[in-house]
Ligand binder design. Structure first.
Ligand code: BEZ
Ligand code: FE
Length: 288
């Protein structure tokens, strides 16, 4: 019987995996084990420090439910969601860049007609913004019938599921592009807000000497047959947190101007944003 040592334990754990595992799962787990063990050896991880880490993850688990996902917050403040997004989306040429999904997306937002508002409380939800643009492919051809799903916080910086004062599905909506690929959404001017920081993710931010704020943004997910799903965000050029986003998701091409609206839409501001979708070439790596 060979004793376990600092030097042989990694090979032993990797070798214990079944040869019948799905190849991608095996690749991911082999690398994860290798990097985790190398990390422990590099920092000379003590047993006490391992226990602190386990306690941190246990607290994250206890705080997580369908309205709050502490693990996504931790992953985001460490830049991991933004990195995974950059690896899997990787926009080329004129294709629209992606940004993190975050923990506050909800399936089943109301389907609304062009020009309708996602604000169910009118002006109480903030100054109205007419958000308009065209969805095309990389050749500039319009994508008719694309679904654009948008969501944002209220003026208090809370998403509706975080805020008992907001109606269900407030500030969320799905819109369809017309035959020209055009969409037309009434939203509100977003505000910067802190990600939830009363749990382990907040503790970690504090330990690292960082603030919890995200710059003002509107989220979007765009889907259309034959195209890759686009998960993205739009940022307000005037926001003070663009350079220090708590979750490292800002990309220059996604920063937009909230111009005074000089039309009869009833909005105070106008944002024009065209979206270029990536063709779905079927090369995406399947989830493990
Ligand atoms: C968000 O923008 O909704 C978000 C993203 C990452 C972590 C927390 C919130
Ligand atoms: Fe957000």
């Amino acid at each position: 019987m060979k004793s376990v040592t600092i030097d042989n334990i990694t090979d032993l754990v990797i070798a214990a995996m079944s040869p019948d595992m799905a190849p991608r799962t095996k690749e991911v787990l082999t690398n994860l084990i290798q990097h985790l063990h190398d990390f422990a050896r590099d920092v000379r991880l003590t047993h006490e420090e391992w226990l602190i880490g386990i306690d941190f993850l246990s607290r994250a688990g206890k705080m997580t439910d369908e309205k709050r996902n502490e693990f996504i917050l931790i992953s985001d403040i460490l830049g991991l969601e933004s990195l995974a997004d950059a690896i899997s989306h990787n926009a080329h040429g004129n294709e629209t860049e992606s940004a993190v999904l975050g923990p506050f997306f909800r399936e089943g937002a109301p389907v609304l007609p062009a020009g309708a508002s996602i604000a169910q409380r009118n002006t109480k939800d903030g100054p109205a913004v007419s958000l308009r643009g065209r969805i095309t492919n990389a050749k500039g051809e319009p994508v008719a019938g694309a679904i654009i799903d948008v969501w944002e916080t209220g003026p208090d910086g809370f998403y509706e599921q975080q805020d008992p004062n907001q109606p269900d599905m407030n500030l969320r909506g799905r819109f369809k592009t017309d035959d020209n690929g055009d969409y037309d959404i009434m939203a509100v001017r977003p505000v910067s807000y802190p990600i939830p920081y009363d749990g382990p993710a907040g503790d970690l931010l504090q330990i690292m000497g960082r603030h919890p704020y995200r710059p003002a943004h509107i989220h979007m997910v765009v889907v259309a047959p034959g195209y890759k799903k686009l998960i993205s965000q739009l940022y307000d050029r005037q926001d003070t947190y663009l350079e220090s986003d708590a979750v490292f998701a800002v990309k220059g091409s996604l920063i937009v101007d909230f111009k005074p609206a000089r039309d009869n839409s009833g909005a105070e501001y106008l944002v024009e944003h065209n979206v270029v979708l990536k063709a779905d070439d079927g090369t995406a790596v399947k989830a493990v």
